[in-house]
Design a protein around this ligand. Structure first.
Ligand code: DX5
Ligand code: ZN
Length: 216
């Protein structure tokens, strides 16, 4: 199976967001990854609902929305209405993760859980049957363009084992510092979806870069 690629719009030129979305429509990208940062859960603010809606208006690919916000339950419906196909919340931001995952499913979206580099995959054992995708953070969330954390490979292998053991259909997504230097190794460890921001948008031909990542 080839990898699915979710380019992160965070690395696009926000003054030309429509052309970035059109480029992605025209590429082999499987999703458009949308990074929502609130300045509280992470030390940075990105953008929110109106921008997500605007991306959705032009997008022909499903939106993979990554909520790096506190109290995500308050905004699930709003992001679903803004066009999110997948909604990922952070494990560290949820006191009642089981309930949150059910709420995402009730809205008809796929439910994702993002885990920070310090969060062990074993903590997802008892909710795995409700998780459509685990977003393994391979950088500390908050900024694009950071260095990939090498410990990610072993987390992905462990998570893959857990998924097989539980017999769930959960996909593994990797987010942060993804490039052609680690794509193949991540795939071998069990990754299904790669998020890539700066590596795609800072390259000479983003479309070709997406195609190359997909073939890793
Ligand atoms: C980090 C975000 C990532 C980021 C990835 O907080 O969740 O999705 O945009 O960017 P790169 O690929 O540049 O690390
Ligand atoms: Zn992200």
């Amino acid at each position: 199976m080839s990898l699915e690629i979710a380019p992160s719009i965070l690395a696009a030129d926000f003054a030309n967001i429509q052309s970035a979305v059109e480029m992605l429509n025209d590429s082999e990208a499987d999703y458009i990854h949308v990074d929502i940062m609130d300045g509280v859960f992470v030390p940075n603010i990105s953008f929110g609902l109106p921008v997500t809606e605007a991306i959705h208006r032009h997008a022909k690919k499903p939106l993979d929305v990554h909520l790096m916000i506190v109290e995500p339950d308050r905004y699930l419906e709003a992001f679903r209405n803004a066009g999110a196909a997948n909604i990922s919340v952070h494990y560290e931001a949820c006191d009642h993760l089981h309930r949150t995952l059910q709420a995402i499913h009730d809205l008809g979206a796929k439910a994702g859980v993002a885990i920070n580099p310090h969060t062990s995959v074993e903590l997802l054992t008892d909710t795995l049957d409700l998780i459509d995708l685990v977003c393994v953070m391979s950088v500390n969330p908050g900024f694009g363009g950071q260095k990939f954390i090498e410990n990610t490979y072993s987390k992905v292998s462990k998570l893959k084992e857990l998924i097989i053991q539980k017999g769930s259909n959960t996909q593994i997504e990797i987010d942060g510092g993804v490039s052609l230097n680690n794509a193949q190794k991540l795939k071998d460890a069990g990754a299904d979806i790669l998020v890539a921001g700066s590596f795609v948008f800072n390259s000479k031909s983003p479309k070709e870069t997406i195609a190359m990542l997909k073939r890793a």
